[in-house]
Design a protein around this ligand. Structure first.
Ligand SMILES: [Zn+2]
Ligand SMILES: [Zn+2]
Length: 135
């Protein structure tokens, strides 16, 4: 059974459809993910053999890869949102969970690279929580 997922960037210029199934969902706390996300971790879904179709804005996408590694980012050149990366050589599509407009049908499998996490990234579940901006 195949699943259709949809997503877009913050400014709305880029939109995509992904046909396939998410098999893994990792929250990665490595230093590269902290840099690219600007926060504690990336939340990446991996869909082996999935088909990624850009519905709009493919010409607005930028791509960056850390030389000599598999670490790559596709992002909207207008608003900077991280977008899916179609890795032909790895046979999978990596999708930042935050760019999806459709619901995610699996829960995160694991926190990874906790050995490189930020020094403020501890017991975040214990921090006070509000539905909106606290007054
Ligand atoms: Zn954008
Ligand atoms: Zn990482």
């Amino acid at each position: 059974m195949s699943h259709l997922h949809t997503g877009s960037c913050l400014c709305g210029a880029t939109k995509f459809e992904l046909e396939g199934e998410f098999k893994r969902f990792f929250l990665c706390h490595c230093s590269r993910c902290r840099k690219t996300s600007g926060t504690a971790h990336c939340a990446n879904l991996f869909a082996p053999g999935a088909t990624l179709t850009w519905l709009s804005g493919e010409d607005k996408l930028s791509y960056y890869r850390v030389e000599g590694t598999h670490f790559a980012r596709t992002f909207c050149s207008l608003c900077g949102s991280n977008m899916p990366t179609d890795s032909k050589e790895r046979g999978l599509v990596a999708v930042p969970a935050g760019c999806l407009d459709s619901d995610v049908d699996i829960m995160p499998n694991a926190h990874i690279f906790m050995g490189s996490k930020g020094n403020w990234d501890d017991h975040l579940g214990d921090v006070a929580a509000f539905d909106g901006m606290p007054t």
